[in-house]
Design a protein around this ligand. Structure first.
Ligand code: AMP
Ligand code: TRP
Length: 331
């Protein structure tokens, strides 16, 4: 059976771009094989972070994924630090990863330039990501376009491991969504929607109350024209058309045709209504999960058990292939 794996950073509450570009694809991919989704808290410490917020952010992210439709009966959702094999496996894979290839990672360059102190974890981040994927022998890895290079590296690491130590890993394929999945900031439509780099008014959080969602969308920057169309100089309107298309399932062309004789005011009102309805059930379920931790902890505990079974077995195979002879406990 095919294996699906993806990881998501515990940056707390997620935004509409994360939902459209990533989370809804995780939900769809649950049934494309045995699926594992991991909140990658070990990756989060590669940049300066607040220890007191780490755990709550991890729970927020897990709750958002569940609220958006990950179903514990159809997938395994777990926390990376709960399965020690990830850190161990990353060390083993570090022996076949090279400084040269890690040096070429654009995400490392982006995240490290201009900082006076850069952690060693930020540099080896992609090796831990390769361990995440390979411990589950994943075939399919749903990720955003920005992860293309990390996935290529994971494949190279797998290939090198296989040729040096014997065939163990299938080569993982990145499943990258179409370009319409890139959601732009509502206030600065030339930039991606982002909690860290975007504008607060231009970023719709999955858990924003309905009136906040509606206000942000109604005050989205458009242009001085009046045509509801995509195209040159119409990034703001184009972004709203793509968002409406995802929210209603209608093709962008059909939306353009439907608003031929209408103005921006009507159009933005309809986008606001559609996004409010898209997010409403997610927000409600999120608040429910966060109100009482018992259910969420239980789901993550069962996730940890299933993930450990698979990851520990692969780790044992890796150790064995590499020449270690770890005696069984108590044996
Ligand atoms: P992040 O929380 O930034 O690590 O992103 C988590 C996932 O959401 C990644 O797969 C990203 O590619 C995706 N993502 C982040 N921002 C956007 C955006 N504005 N539009 C579409 N996808 C996004
Ligand atoms: N680096 C990914 C991101 O920033 C998160 C991630 C960690 C991941 N491990 C992974 C994604 C394994 C896919 C597979 O989005």
């Amino acid at each position: 059976m095919a294996r699906v794996f993806s990881g998501i950073q515990p940056t707390g509450t997620k935004h509409l771009g994360n939902y459209i570009g990533a989370i809804r694809h995780y939900v769809a991919d649950q049934d494309k094989g045995e699926a594992f989704y991991c909140v990658v808290d070990l990756h989060a410490i590669s940049v300066p972070y607040e220890p007191a917020a780490l755990h709550e952010n991890t729970l927020d992210t897990a709750a958002t994924l569940l609220a958006a439709g990950l179903d514990p009966a159809r997938c395994t959702l777990f926390v990376q630090s709960h399965v020690a094999a990830h850190a161990y496996g990353a060390w083993l894979l570090g022996s076949v990863a090279t400084m040269g290839e890690l040096n070429r990672m654009t995400q490392f360059k982006e995240k490290s330039t201009g900082r006076d102190s850069v952690s060693a974890d930020l540099f080896t981040y992609p090796v831990l990501q390769a361990a995440d994927i390979l411990l589950y022998k994943a075939d399919r890895v749903p990720v955003g376009d920005d992860q293309r290079q990390h996935l290529e590296l994971a494949r190279n690491i797998a290939q090198r491991f296989n040729s040096r130590f014997g065939e163990l890993f299938p080569l993982p394929e990145a499943a990258i969504p179409a370009s319409g999945d890139r959601v732009m900031d509502l206030q600065e439509p030339d930039n991606k929607m982002s909690t860290t780099r975007g504008t607060p008014q231009g970023t719709v959080l999955v858990v924003d109350p309905p009136e906040v969602v509606a206000r942000k969308i109604r005050s989205a920057v458009t242009d001085s024209g009046r045509e509801v169309r995509r195209g040159e100089g119409k990034q703001g309107i184009g972004n709203l058309i793509e968002i409406l298309s995802v929210a209603t399932g209608e093709a962008p062309e059909a939306i353009e045709a439907a608003y031929e004789a209408k103005g921006y005011g009507d159009f933005k009102g309809d986008v606001a209504d559609a996004v409010v309805e898209l997010l409403r059930p997610i927000r409600e379920r999120y608040l429910e999960l966060r109100a009482d931790e018992t259910e969420l902890s239980g789901i993550l505990e069962r996730g940890r058990e299933r993930a450990s079974q698979v990851a520990d077995a692969t780790l044992a195979e890796m150790l064995d292939a590499m020449g270690f002879r770890v005696p069984p406990r108590g044996g």
